[in-house]
Design a protein around this ligand. Structure first.
Ligand SMILES: Cc1cc2nc3c(=O)[nH]c(=O)nc-3n(C[C@H](O)[C@H](O)[C@H](O)COP(=O)(O)OP(=O)(O)OC[C@H]3O[C@@H](n4cnc5c(N)ncnc54)[C@H](O)[C@@H]3O)c2cc1C
Length: 309
């Protein structure tokens, strides 16, 4: 069940990453518990992931165990649906269409798993994954006991949750329960397809990428004078923000390249892998962009992507 020296680039949407010393895929809660138990004899370092759409794996790989959470079940009852953390958001949306369930249409085209989305409170088009959550179940990596938290206890915020903050590296999200409403099947499908098509138009999906590199910047980070110029770009999603893509574009960073890593000309918050990009090149490009934005706006861009070093 636990394998050795598996290249993480195979599991990365960015096609970047050296080997994990130990590697396993957990398809249900029992397997996940067993893998974690067995790994205690091998390494103290544990990293869990889902779709690999938001992580920059290091070129040197990972000197511990990387576990892909692949729990795929979806159980529906009258009031709610309980979804395995490894279910892809696209699979969940197919289920919603088939069962005429409304509430997650905003997520059309959002890559990655339900577990990854909950950890970072993924959002787009005025929706956030937290909006329809009733409960999140998780497994304590050390004690191996299961825990349940209601929405309040998950401490969701802009691209954050308790799992990304206080519980980072301590718990694995295993199941998520959503409360959705019955709706019109055709309408649900059409709204989801609309979002998918918008993404195809705006995002450089032709290349491996990790989505938005930087978080959008709250308007209160800018001076009044700066806001005179920037007001026209305010995006209210989920509160007034200046898109990092716009700042990067205005700074003339579109198309900036380090090796095979390029700040996309199509969407200036996406870094694309032109073929053989290295994590080190991506990091250099990120440092360069942050320095330029700091210099121009006196604002610190914060990464939306995460790193595994
Ligand atoms: C083309 C593209 C478009 C995107 N658009 C958006 C967007 O509109 N909005 C948005 O918010 N994001 C967006 N993203 C980013 C990304 O898709 C989301 O953050 C997604 O929810 C990550 O899910 P994942 O399963 O791929 O997570 P991974 O990349 O596998 O992991 C991300 C982090 O979550 C942790 N994690 C994953 N699964 C679990 C688990 N079960 N338990 C505990 N921790 C876990 C990992 O340890 C890691 O720290 C986009 C990415 C791409 C490539």
């Amino acid at each position: 069940m636990i394998k050795k020296d598996i290249p993480l680039k195979l599991y990365s949407n960015f096609k970047i990453g050296g080997p994990a010393k130990f590697f396993a895929i957990a398809q249900n809660l029992e397997e996940l518990s067993q893998i974690l138990k067995d790994s205690k004899n091998l390494t103290p370092k544990v990293f869990v992931f889902g779709g690999g759409t938001n992580i920059l794996f290091s070129d040197n790989g990972f000197d511990g165990i990387a576990i892909k959470v692949d729990i795929k079940s979806i159980e529906a009852n009258a009031q709610s649906i309980r979804v395995g953390a490894g279910v892809l958001v696209s699979e969940l949306l197919e289920f919603c269409i088939a069962n005429s369930l409304s509430g997650l249409e905003w997520a059309g085209g959002l890559p990655g798993t339900v577990g990854g989305a909950v950890r970072g409170n993924a959002g787009a088009y005025n929706g956030e994954i937290k909006d329809k959550i009733l409960e999140v179940e998780s497994l304590d990596i050390n004690a191996l006991n299961t825990l349940e938290r209601n929405k309040e206890e998950c401490k969701f915020g802009y691209r954050i949750s308790i799992f990304k903050k206080d519980l980072e590296g301590k718990e694995v999200i295993t199941y998520v329960t959503f409360q959705l409403q019955k709706g019109n099947k055709e309408e649900i499908q059409s709204l989801i397809e609309d979002k998918i098509n918008k993404r195809k138009l705006r995002h450089p999906l032709e290349y491996p990428n990790l989505g938005s590199t930087f978080q959008n910047v709250p308007v209160n980070k800018f001076s009044e004078k700066q806001m005179e110029q920037l007001t026209q770009y305010i995006k209210n999603d989920p509160f007034p923000l200046i898109p990092a893509a716009k700042l990067n574009f205005l700074a003339g960073l579109s198309g900036t390249r380090v090796g095979d890593a390029e700040l996309s000309k199509k969407h200036t918050n996406f870094i694309i892998n032109l073929g053989n990009a290295k994590a080190e090149e991506v990091k250099k490009l990120i440092t360069l962009v942050k320095a330029k934005i700091k210099n121009l706006y006196n604002v610190e861009l914060e990464e939306e992507i995460c790193y595994l070093n």
